[in-house]
Design a protein around this ligand. Structure first.
Ligand SMILES: *Cc1c(COP(=O)(O)O)cnc(C)c1O
Length: 394
């Protein structure tokens, strides 16, 4: 594919690259590491060891070393990772789990699927993480766990979450699908995101910061007994082949995906650094605009920018979205509807349920293209159209 750049024309309004701008550019990333990836995939095919096996174990060990966690257990996808985590903790039908409701539905879905009750709570306006404010009052005897979601690439305030959980005797399951590689840097806890709670979960969906070439997920824990239980749950409840002691499910990481991931793990930090640099370039471009709040980095976490998410505070988010669409600039609205207003989840709240921060964010947020191969020139085209929109309005 030719990627010719017309050097004569420096007008950023004209996209001079041959390929349309991508929200996530997996193709450029693959081109960079094609030789390694292709060889690794071929070696799995040659081995004919497709499900679990040595490649999966190798990747699990390498990821455990990277995360400095005792156990990593691969599974089929990030949603399964959350489900297996809840099942392994022995949480019973009718029990309650606290989740933020400004998040992807998977987090609440597995709770509902297991006949548990999701308690959907608000998030902070600055870092989009679960807000613990007032939660003391909603704890009941049946509340068994809390799932902080490290949204858009930044770790939640885990010291506060852990203290809250300890006080109320709750399990903590970190949904780390969007923040792999970020570190929590608190006063008493310094660790990679996903390794602080009882269990951490992640997704290797292709567009995630560490993505494979299909579906994949993993579960982390420092508790060896829990790790054994997690392996058992994810493999039909068996520890010994054809001996089923508990009800489990079938969710495994396959060897081709593990091979891809093992190559990409080596580049994860550099990919995350590239995302961070791109985010700061965006921030610089938007500095002079009044109605935009650029991402706020917490002092207790580094940000790996799974998403670069702006808040548009003058009510013009949808108009900006139209403007970008008309100019072929991809964008995402994560997330447009509070979880408790989704048809499937409205049954868990009464009709007056209202979480002000979540409601506001659903109206204000817009995410711009973000990936490991976002170059300055492409960003100039994107930011030009955003700035153009606001200048056209004033
Ligand atoms: C992607 C994602 C999931 C689900 O992962 P899948 O691999 O798609 O099942 C769960 N939670 C969050 C926050 C996610 O972003």
């Amino acid at each position: 594919m030719s990627n010719t750049i017309n050097t004569k024309d420096s007008n950023p309004m004209i996209d001079t690259t041959s390929r349309p701008i991508q929200m996530v550019d997996l193709k450029s990333q693959y081109q960079d590491i094609k030789a390694e990836i292709d060889a690794e995939i071929q070696s799995v095919i040659d081995s004919c060891y497709f499900i679990k096996g040595p490649k999966v174990t190798q990747f699990e060990n390498n990821l455990a070393q990277y995360l400095e966690v005792k156990n990593v257990i691969g599974c089929g996808n990030g949603t399964d990772a959350l489900q297996i985590a809840v099942m392994a903790l022995g949480i019973q039908p009718g029990d309650e789990i606290i989740v933020p409701c400004f998040t992807y539905a998977a987090t609440a879905e597995i709770i509902a699927l297991l006949n548990l009750k999701p308690i959907m709570v608000d998030v902070t306006l600055d870092t989009f993480e679960i807000s613990l404010e007032g939660l003391d009052k909603i704890i009941t005897e049946r509340t068994k766990a809390i799932i902080p979601v490290h949204l858009f690439g930044q770790c939640s305030n885990m010291e506060d979450v852990m203290a809250f959980a300890e006080k109320h005797n709750l399990f903590v399951i970190e949904d780390n699908a969007q923040a792999i590689g970020s570190s929590y840097n608190g006063k008493s806890i310094q660790a990679k995101s996903g390794t602080i709670g009882h269990i951490g979960c992640t997704s290797f969906f292709p567009s995630k910061n560490l993505g494979c070439y299909g579906d994949g997920g993993a579960i982390f824990t420092n508790d060896d007994a829990l790790a054994e239980r997690i392996r058992q749950v994810g493999n039909h409840g068996e520890k010994i082949k054809y001996h089923h002691d508990i009800i489990g499910c079938n969710s495994r990481l396959d060897a081709i995906q593990a091979a891809v991931l093992d190559v990409k793990l080596k580049y994860l930090d550099s990919y995350n650094n590239a995302r961070r640099k791109a985010a700061y370039r965006y921030n610089d471009s938007f500095e002079s605009l009044d109605h935009i709040i650029t991402p706020i980095e917490a002092d207790y976490s580094d940000h790996v920018y799974h998403q670069y998410t702006l808040r548009i505070t003058d009510g013009s988010r949808d108009e900006l979205a139209d403007h970008l669409r008309n100019n072929n600039i991809p964008f995402g609205i994560y997330y447009p509807i509070p979880l408790y207003k989704q048809k499937a989840y409205s049954q868990y709240v009464n009709e007056n349920y209202f979480l002000p921060n979540t409601e506001l964010l659903c109206k204000e947020v817009i995410s711009l293209p973000m990936h490991s191969h976002l170059d300055e020139k492409t960003q100039q085209v994107i930011t030009h159209h955003v700035i153009d929109f606001f200048n056209g309005r004033s």
